[in-house]
Design a protein around this ligand. Structure first.
Ligand code: HEM
Length: 351
Protein backbone atom coordinates (compact mmCIF):
# COMPACT_ATOMS: atom_id res chain seq x y z
CA UNK A 1 0.00 0.00 0.00
CA UNK A 2 2.76 2.44 1.05
CA UNK A 3 4.78 1.53 -2.04
CA UNK A 4 1.73 2.27 -4.23
CA UNK A 5 1.20 5.69 -2.60
CA UNK A 6 4.93 6.41 -3.00
CA UNK A 7 4.88 5.43 -6.68
CA UNK A 8 1.74 7.56 -7.25
CA UNK A 9 3.38 10.64 -5.68
CA UNK A 10 6.75 10.02 -7.43
CA UNK A 11 5.01 9.94 -10.82
CA UNK A 12 3.82 13.48 -10.16
CA UNK A 13 6.51 15.08 -8.00
CA UNK A 14 10.29 14.98 -7.78
CA UNK A 15 10.97 13.83 -4.22
CA UNK A 16 14.76 13.69 -4.55
CA UNK A 17 15.33 16.65 -2.16
CA UNK A 18 13.17 15.02 0.51
CA UNK A 19 14.93 11.70 -0.04
CA UNK A 20 18.30 13.42 0.29
CA UNK A 21 17.19 15.03 3.57
CA UNK A 22 15.97 11.79 5.13
CA UNK A 23 18.44 9.28 3.72
CA UNK A 24 21.63 11.05 2.64
CA UNK A 25 22.02 14.30 4.65
CA UNK A 26 24.96 14.19 7.04
CA UNK A 27 26.31 16.53 9.73
CA UNK A 28 29.87 16.87 11.11
CA UNK A 29 30.83 14.24 13.66
CA UNK A 30 31.49 15.43 17.23
CA UNK A 31 29.98 15.04 20.68
CA UNK A 32 27.09 17.49 20.18
CA UNK A 33 26.92 18.86 23.69
CA UNK A 34 23.45 20.25 24.46
CA UNK A 35 24.68 23.80 23.69
CA UNK A 36 24.76 22.88 19.99
CA UNK A 37 21.12 21.90 20.03
CA UNK A 38 19.38 25.06 21.24
CA UNK A 39 18.39 26.16 17.71
CA UNK A 40 16.23 23.04 17.61
CA UNK A 41 14.91 23.79 21.12
CA UNK A 42 13.88 27.32 20.00
CA UNK A 43 12.11 25.69 17.04
CA UNK A 44 10.29 23.33 19.41
CA UNK A 45 9.02 26.18 21.62
CA UNK A 46 7.97 28.13 18.53
CA UNK A 47 5.82 25.18 17.39
CA UNK A 48 4.26 25.01 20.87
CA UNK A 49 3.46 28.74 20.57
CA UNK A 50 1.64 28.27 17.26
CA UNK A 51 -0.45 25.32 18.52
CA UNK A 52 -1.38 26.80 21.92
CA UNK A 53 -1.90 30.25 20.36
CA UNK A 54 -4.50 28.82 17.95
CA UNK A 55 -6.26 27.09 20.87
CA UNK A 56 -6.36 30.36 22.87
CA UNK A 57 -7.81 32.16 19.84
CA UNK A 58 -10.90 29.94 20.05
CA UNK A 59 -12.05 31.84 23.16
CA UNK A 60 -10.04 35.07 23.39
CA UNK A 61 -11.84 38.35 22.57
CA UNK A 62 -9.60 41.30 21.61
CA UNK A 63 -11.65 44.26 22.90
CA UNK A 64 -11.04 46.44 25.94
CA UNK A 65 -14.46 45.47 27.35
CA UNK A 66 -14.08 41.70 26.89
CA UNK A 67 -10.38 40.78 26.79
CA UNK A 68 -9.84 40.28 30.53
CA UNK A 69 -13.17 38.46 30.97
CA UNK A 70 -12.42 36.14 28.06
CA UNK A 71 -9.04 35.17 29.54
CA UNK A 72 -10.73 34.70 32.92
CA UNK A 73 -13.23 32.42 31.16
CA UNK A 74 -10.38 30.46 29.54
CA UNK A 75 -8.62 29.82 32.86
CA UNK A 76 -11.73 29.09 34.96
CA UNK A 77 -14.32 27.52 32.61
CA UNK A 78 -12.64 26.03 29.54
CA UNK A 79 -11.40 22.44 30.18
CA UNK A 80 -7.57 22.62 30.50
CA UNK A 81 -7.78 26.28 29.45
CA UNK A 82 -5.57 27.32 32.39
CA UNK A 83 -2.94 24.79 31.29
CA UNK A 84 -2.97 25.89 27.64
CA UNK A 85 -2.62 29.56 28.69
CA UNK A 86 0.11 28.70 31.19
CA UNK A 87 2.00 26.65 28.56
CA UNK A 88 1.69 29.51 26.03
CA UNK A 89 3.12 32.07 28.48
CA UNK A 90 5.90 29.85 29.83
CA UNK A 91 6.85 28.64 26.36
CA UNK A 92 7.14 32.27 25.15
CA UNK A 93 9.69 32.97 27.89
CA UNK A 94 11.56 29.70 27.42
CA UNK A 95 11.69 30.32 23.66
CA UNK A 96 13.40 33.69 24.17
CA UNK A 97 15.80 32.11 26.68
CA UNK A 98 16.56 29.30 24.17
CA UNK A 99 17.18 31.87 21.42
CA UNK A 100 19.64 33.77 23.64
CA UNK A 101 21.52 30.54 24.51
CA UNK A 102 21.53 29.53 20.81
CA UNK A 103 22.83 32.96 19.79
CA UNK A 104 25.67 33.00 22.32
CA UNK A 105 26.57 29.36 21.49
CA UNK A 106 26.88 30.24 17.78
CA UNK A 107 28.81 33.38 18.73
CA UNK A 108 31.46 31.56 20.77
CA UNK A 109 31.75 28.80 18.15
CA UNK A 110 32.29 31.55 15.52
CA UNK A 111 29.59 29.83 13.43
CA UNK A 112 28.73 33.27 11.97
CA UNK A 113 31.94 33.41 9.90
CA UNK A 114 32.03 33.09 6.13
CA UNK A 115 29.86 31.66 4.53
CA UNK A 116 27.26 31.89 7.33
CA UNK A 117 26.96 35.69 7.71
CA UNK A 118 23.36 35.73 6.47
CA UNK A 119 22.38 32.87 8.80
CA UNK A 120 23.49 35.11 11.69
CA UNK A 121 21.68 38.18 10.30
CA UNK A 122 18.43 36.24 9.78
CA UNK A 123 18.84 34.80 13.30
CA UNK A 124 19.20 38.28 14.79
CA UNK A 125 15.99 39.36 13.05
CA UNK A 126 14.30 36.29 14.58
CA UNK A 127 15.42 37.41 18.06
CA UNK A 128 13.92 40.90 17.52
CA UNK A 129 10.69 39.37 16.20
CA UNK A 130 10.46 36.98 19.17
CA UNK A 131 10.80 39.94 21.54
CA UNK A 132 8.08 41.71 19.54
CA UNK A 133 5.87 38.65 20.11
CA UNK A 134 6.49 38.94 23.85
CA UNK A 135 5.83 42.70 23.93
CA UNK A 136 2.55 42.53 21.99
CA UNK A 137 1.31 39.36 23.70
CA UNK A 138 1.88 40.82 27.18
CA UNK A 139 -0.92 43.37 26.70
CA UNK A 140 -3.54 40.92 25.44
CA UNK A 141 -4.98 39.80 28.84
CA UNK A 142 -5.66 43.52 29.42
CA UNK A 143 -4.67 43.30 33.08
CA UNK A 144 -3.37 46.10 35.26
CA UNK A 145 0.31 45.14 35.02
CA UNK A 146 0.27 44.75 31.23
CA UNK A 147 -1.64 48.00 30.72
CA UNK A 148 0.81 50.17 32.66
CA UNK A 149 3.95 48.32 31.49
CA UNK A 150 2.84 48.82 27.87
CA UNK A 151 2.33 52.51 28.65
CA UNK A 152 5.96 52.78 29.83
CA UNK A 153 7.30 50.61 26.98
CA UNK A 154 5.58 52.56 24.21
CA UNK A 155 6.49 55.88 25.89
CA UNK A 156 10.21 55.26 25.29
CA UNK A 157 9.56 54.94 21.53
CA UNK A 158 8.53 58.61 21.55
CA UNK A 159 12.15 59.61 22.29
CA UNK A 160 13.23 58.53 18.77
CA UNK A 161 14.29 61.69 16.91
CA UNK A 162 11.89 63.21 14.33
CA UNK A 163 9.51 60.23 13.93
CA UNK A 164 9.19 59.42 17.68
CA UNK A 165 5.74 60.90 18.27
CA UNK A 166 4.46 59.52 14.99
CA UNK A 167 5.69 56.02 15.97
CA UNK A 168 3.96 56.33 19.33
CA UNK A 169 0.66 57.24 17.65
CA UNK A 170 0.99 54.31 15.22
CA UNK A 171 1.72 51.85 18.04
CA UNK A 172 -0.94 53.10 20.45
CA UNK A 173 -3.57 54.09 17.91
CA UNK A 174 -3.80 57.50 19.66
CA UNK A 175 -2.10 59.47 22.40
CA UNK A 176 -2.84 56.92 25.15
CA UNK A 177 -2.98 53.15 25.66
CA UNK A 178 -6.64 52.32 24.92
CA UNK A 179 -8.79 49.65 23.27
CA UNK A 180 -7.27 50.85 19.95
CA UNK A 181 -3.82 49.81 21.23
CA UNK A 182 -5.20 46.40 22.17
CA UNK A 183 -6.67 45.91 18.66
CA UNK A 184 -3.33 46.85 17.07
CA UNK A 185 -1.25 44.66 19.35
CA UNK A 186 -3.64 41.78 18.74
CA UNK A 187 -3.40 42.15 14.95
CA UNK A 188 0.41 42.39 15.10
CA UNK A 189 0.62 39.41 17.50
CA UNK A 190 -1.60 36.98 15.59
CA UNK A 191 -1.08 37.94 11.94
CA UNK A 192 1.86 40.27 11.15
CA UNK A 193 4.50 38.68 13.42
CA UNK A 194 3.63 35.02 12.66
CA UNK A 195 3.76 35.69 8.90
CA UNK A 196 7.06 37.58 9.08
CA UNK A 197 8.67 35.14 11.53
CA UNK A 198 7.71 32.10 9.43
CA UNK A 199 9.24 33.82 6.36
CA UNK A 200 12.52 34.70 8.11
CA UNK A 201 12.67 31.31 9.87
CA UNK A 202 12.33 29.59 6.48
CA UNK A 203 15.29 31.63 5.18
CA UNK A 204 17.31 30.78 8.34
CA UNK A 205 16.63 27.04 7.97
CA UNK A 206 17.12 27.03 4.18
CA UNK A 207 20.54 28.68 4.59
CA UNK A 208 21.52 26.05 7.18
CA UNK A 209 20.28 23.31 4.86
CA UNK A 210 22.11 24.77 1.85
CA UNK A 211 25.43 25.40 3.63
CA UNK A 212 25.42 22.41 5.97
CA UNK A 213 26.10 22.65 9.68
CA UNK A 214 29.43 24.18 10.70
CA UNK A 215 32.06 22.18 12.54
CA UNK A 216 32.97 23.58 15.97
CA UNK A 217 36.47 25.05 16.21
CA UNK A 218 39.17 22.80 17.64
CA UNK A 219 37.25 19.55 16.98
CA UNK A 220 39.70 16.83 16.05
CA UNK A 221 37.22 14.12 14.98
CA UNK A 222 36.90 13.72 11.25
CA UNK A 223 33.95 12.49 9.28
CA UNK A 224 30.19 12.87 9.26
CA UNK A 225 27.18 11.20 10.88
CA UNK A 226 23.75 10.70 9.24
CA UNK A 227 21.21 13.45 10.02
CA UNK A 228 18.44 10.82 10.25
CA UNK A 229 18.44 9.08 12.67
CA UNK A 230 21.67 9.99 14.57
CA UNK A 231 21.33 13.77 14.79
CA UNK A 232 17.52 13.73 14.79
CA UNK A 233 17.52 11.53 17.90
CA UNK A 234 19.75 13.99 19.74
CA UNK A 235 17.35 16.78 18.80
CA UNK A 236 14.38 14.68 19.93
CA UNK A 237 16.02 14.05 23.31
CA UNK A 238 16.44 17.81 23.79
CA UNK A 239 12.80 18.38 22.78
CA UNK A 240 11.67 15.79 25.30
CA UNK A 241 13.69 17.58 27.99
CA UNK A 242 12.21 20.93 26.90
CA UNK A 243 8.70 19.46 27.05
CA UNK A 244 9.26 18.13 30.58
CA UNK A 245 10.57 21.49 31.82
CA UNK A 246 7.73 23.36 30.06
CA UNK A 247 4.88 21.17 31.35
CA UNK A 248 6.44 21.08 34.85
CA UNK A 249 6.64 24.88 35.06
CA UNK A 250 3.21 25.43 33.49
CA UNK A 251 1.54 22.95 35.87
CA UNK A 252 3.23 23.77 39.16
CA UNK A 253 3.57 27.53 38.56
CA UNK A 254 0.42 28.45 36.59
CA UNK A 255 0.77 31.82 34.86
CA UNK A 256 -1.04 34.49 36.89
CA UNK A 257 -3.86 36.55 35.43
CA UNK A 258 -3.61 39.58 37.75
CA UNK A 259 -6.32 42.20 38.16
CA UNK A 260 -8.62 43.72 35.56
CA UNK A 261 -7.46 47.10 34.28
CA UNK A 262 -8.82 50.31 35.73
CA UNK A 263 -7.74 52.86 33.13
CA UNK A 264 -8.49 55.79 35.46
CA UNK A 265 -6.40 54.46 38.37
CA UNK A 266 -2.83 55.70 38.80
CA UNK A 267 -0.04 53.29 37.89
CA UNK A 268 0.82 50.90 40.75
CA UNK A 269 4.36 51.23 42.11
CA UNK A 270 7.18 49.05 40.75
CA UNK A 271 5.80 48.38 37.24
CA UNK A 272 8.50 46.54 35.30
CA UNK A 273 8.65 44.85 31.90
CA UNK A 274 9.32 41.16 31.22
CA UNK A 275 12.86 39.93 32.11
CA UNK A 276 14.18 40.12 28.56
CA UNK A 277 13.44 43.86 28.39
CA UNK A 278 14.90 44.64 31.84
CA UNK A 279 18.43 45.44 30.55
CA UNK A 280 17.01 48.10 28.20
CA UNK A 281 14.60 49.37 30.86
CA UNK A 282 17.44 49.77 33.39
CA UNK A 283 19.71 51.49 30.82
CA UNK A 284 16.97 54.06 30.17
CA UNK A 285 16.34 54.45 33.91
CA UNK A 286 20.02 55.23 34.59
CA UNK A 287 20.07 58.08 32.09
CA UNK A 288 19.96 61.64 33.52
CA UNK A 289 16.94 63.75 32.37
CA UNK A 290 19.29 65.86 30.24
CA UNK A 291 22.96 65.66 29.26
CA UNK A 292 24.53 68.66 27.48
CA UNK A 293 21.09 69.67 26.24
CA UNK A 294 20.18 66.20 24.85
CA UNK A 295 17.37 64.23 26.49
CA UNK A 296 18.64 61.27 28.54
CA UNK A 297 16.00 59.00 26.96
CA UNK A 298 17.36 59.79 23.49
CA UNK A 299 20.92 58.97 24.63
CA UNK A 300 19.66 55.69 26.14
CA UNK A 301 17.77 54.70 22.96
CA UNK A 302 20.86 55.57 20.87
CA UNK A 303 23.09 53.38 23.10
CA UNK A 304 20.64 50.45 22.89
CA UNK A 305 20.40 50.85 19.07
CA UNK A 306 24.21 50.89 18.75
CA UNK A 307 24.45 47.72 20.88
CA UNK A 308 21.81 46.04 18.66
CA UNK A 309 23.62 47.13 15.48
CA UNK A 310 26.93 45.74 16.80
CA UNK A 311 25.33 42.33 17.45
CA UNK A 312 23.73 42.35 13.99
CA UNK A 313 27.07 43.19 12.36
CA UNK A 314 29.22 40.65 14.30
CA UNK A 315 30.02 38.57 11.14
CA UNK A 316 31.24 41.71 9.36
CA UNK A 317 33.27 42.98 12.31
CA UNK A 318 35.14 39.72 12.95
CA UNK A 319 36.93 39.50 9.62
CA UNK A 320 39.07 36.46 10.34
CA UNK A 321 38.92 34.43 7.14
CA UNK A 322 39.20 30.89 8.44
CA UNK A 323 36.83 29.11 10.83
CA UNK A 324 39.84 27.89 12.82
CA UNK A 325 41.50 31.27 13.42
CA UNK A 326 41.06 32.55 16.96
CA UNK A 327 39.67 36.02 17.76
CA UNK A 328 40.18 36.28 21.54
CA UNK A 329 38.81 39.83 21.74
CA UNK A 330 35.45 38.68 20.44
CA UNK A 331 35.40 35.86 22.99
CA UNK A 332 36.24 38.28 25.82
CA UNK A 333 33.58 40.77 24.67
CA UNK A 334 31.04 37.90 24.51
CA UNK A 335 31.82 36.80 28.08
CA UNK A 336 31.61 40.41 29.33
CA UNK A 337 28.29 40.88 27.48
CA UNK A 338 26.80 37.82 29.20
CA UNK A 339 28.01 38.95 32.65
CA UNK A 340 26.69 42.48 32.01
CA UNK A 341 23.29 41.26 30.76
CA UNK A 342 22.77 38.89 33.71
CA UNK A 343 23.97 41.47 36.28
CA UNK A 344 21.86 44.36 34.96
CA UNK A 345 18.79 42.09 34.63
CA UNK A 346 19.09 40.86 38.23
CA UNK A 347 19.71 44.41 39.47
CA UNK A 348 16.69 45.77 37.57
CA UNK A 349 14.47 42.94 38.81
CA UNK A 350 15.28 43.34 42.50
CA UNK A 351 16.10 47.06 42.85
C1 HEM B 1 13.33 31.76 16.51
C2 HEM B 1 14.66 31.79 16.62
C3 HEM B 1 15.64 30.80 16.04
C4 HEM B 1 15.43 29.50 15.63
C5 HEM B 1 14.12 28.69 15.69
C6 HEM B 1 16.70 28.99 15.13
C7 HEM B 1 16.90 27.70 14.65
C8 HEM B 1 18.12 27.20 14.22
C9 HEM B 1 18.39 25.81 13.92
C10 HEM B 1 17.37 24.66 14.02
C11 HEM B 1 19.70 25.71 13.54
C12 HEM B 1 20.46 24.43 13.13
C13 HEM B 1 20.89 23.67 14.34
C14 HEM B 1 21.92 24.40 15.17
O1 HEM B 1 23.02 24.67 14.67
O2 HEM B 1 21.58 24.73 16.34
C15 HEM B 1 20.27 27.06 13.57
C16 HEM B 1 21.56 27.40 13.20
C17 HEM B 1 22.12 28.68 13.28
N1 HEM B 1 21.55 29.79 13.88
FE1 HEM B 1 19.63 29.88 14.52
N2 HEM B 1 17.65 29.99 15.22
C18 HEM B 1 17.05 31.11 15.78
C19 HEM B 1 17.67 32.30 16.11
C20 HEM B 1 19.03 32.60 15.88
C21 HEM B 1 19.72 33.79 16.34
C22 HEM B 1 19.10 34.86 17.24
C23 HEM B 1 21.01 33.73 15.85
C24 HEM B 1 22.12 34.72 16.01
C25 HEM B 1 21.96 36.02 16.04
C26 HEM B 1 21.13 32.49 15.09
C27 HEM B 1 22.27 32.07 14.41
C28 HEM B 1 22.47 30.83 13.85
C29 HEM B 1 23.67 30.40 13.13
C30 HEM B 1 24.91 31.27 12.84
C31 HEM B 1 23.45 29.06 12.75
C32 HEM B 1 24.38 28.18 11.90
C33 HEM B 1 25.06 27.26 12.79
C34 HEM B 1 26.06 26.33 12.19
O3 HEM B 1 26.04 26.04 11.00
O4 HEM B 1 26.84 25.90 13.03
N3 HEM B 1 19.92 31.82 15.14
N4 HEM B 1 19.29 27.94 14.00
Amino acid sequence: MLKKINAWVEERLDLSTLRHLTLEKTVPKHRYTPLHLFGGVALFFFTVQIVTGILLLLYYKPTAGEAFKSVEFIVTQVPYGWLIRSIHSWSANLMILAIFIHMFAKYFLKAYRKPRELTWVSGFILLVLAMGFGFTGYLLPWNELAFFATGVGTESVAATPVIGHWLLLILRGGENVTGATLSRFFAIHVTVLPLVIIGILSIHLLLIQAQGMSKPIGIKEKGEIPFVPNFMLRDLMMWLGALIVLVGLATFFPWELGHAVDTFASAPAGIKPEWYFLSMYQTLKWMPPFFIGISGELIGITLISIAGALVLLVPFLDRKASREEKSPWFTIIGVLAIIFLIAITIYARFS
